[in-house]
Design a binder for this molecule. Structure first.
Ligand SMILES: Nc1ncnc2c1ncn2[C@@H]1O[C@H](COP(=O)(O)OP(=O)(O)OP(=O)(O)O)[C@@H](O)[C@H]1O
Length: 247
């Protein structure tokens, strides 16, 4: 039996340094971590601890200087840019703090975009199914400007899900939302994990957001320094305070 079959994304001794000489900054120091399939992981840590770099390397958006990244059983290092682009398009989904919807396109057209970019014509039923998954079946014809911030982020999630990605990456998905819209988005992410086994990895600054995850990974100065399972928001906030005062 393949011991890695339960792993969605694996990092082995991943290191990433930016700049050279006096401007050199080490963002990740030989990070090794496995994200299990069908689970929701939050990544937390003080500002500059390497969270976004970890997410970018894990999602194949950035290449580490050394170490291995394996997504859905595929080692990314040896892949050509074209193969890496295809893997990102087919196997991973992204959601960012900025919703990045195209303002002239309806919700439906935005959701169908990843398929169009892959040269496929989105089937209306597929687009409807994706919008229904995020509770917006009735809003397909609306423009982004006719939707609330929380609804726009849900459209962005529907767009990320239309290719049925093996892993969903979210970088501060609630960062631009008020707390009630943010909770709506977090409940949706939690439901996708519980009902569809959607492997999800989310970077956040917010202990309340991280408390929706199964596992919370803590980074400090480019290293994984702790991992908590199903912690409360309070336990996460306390751990963060200790890291921030130690920094
Ligand atoms: N493109 C880049 N060029 C130079 N330095 C970078 C670049 N991206 C990140 N860094 C540096 O690498 C370190 C880690 O950055 P990263 O964005 O991963 O941290 P973070 O934990 O996500 O921070 P924040 O919470 O503030 O978003 C920081 O010191 C940052 O300044």
């Amino acid at each position: 039996m393949d011991p890695n079959q339960h792993v969605a994304v694996q990092l082995d001794r991943v290191a990433r340094t930016y700049g050279h000489g006096s401007t050199e900054v080490t963002a990740l120091r030989e990070v090794s971590v496995a994200f299990r399939r069908g689970t929701f992981t939050a990544v937390m840590g003080p500002s500059g601890s390497g969270k976004s770099t970890l997410l970018q390397c894990a999602a194949g958006l950035d290449r580490p200087d050394s170490g291995q990244v394996i997504v859905d059983g595929v080692e990314l290092g040896p892949l050509s840019e074209a193969k890496l682009t295809a893997l990102r398009r087919e196997r991973v989904g992204f959601v960012f703090q900025a919703f990045n919807l195209l303002s002239a396109l309806s919700a439906e057209q935005n959701v169908g975009l990843p398929l169009r970019l892959a040269g496929r014509r989105p089937a209306a039923a597929q687009v409807r199914e994706s919008l229904a998954q995020v509770g917006l079946a009735e809003r397909g014809r609306h423009l982004p400007s006719q939707l609330s911030g929380g609804q726009q982020q849900r459209v962005a999630i529907a767009r990320a899900l239309i290719t049925k990605p093996r892993v969903l990456f979210a970088d501060e998905p609630t960062g631009a939302l008020d707390s009630s819209s943010g909770r709506e988005v977090l409940r949706l992410l939690r439901t996708l994990v519980d009902q569809q086994g959607q492997s999800t990895i989310m970077v956040t600054h917010d202990p309340v957001a991280a408390a929706y995850a199964d596992t919370v990974l803590f980074l400090a100065d480019g290293r994984v320094v702790d991992e908590l399972t199903r912690p409360s928001a309070q336990a996460i906030a306390e751990r963060m305070t200790r890291l921030e005062t130690a920094a």
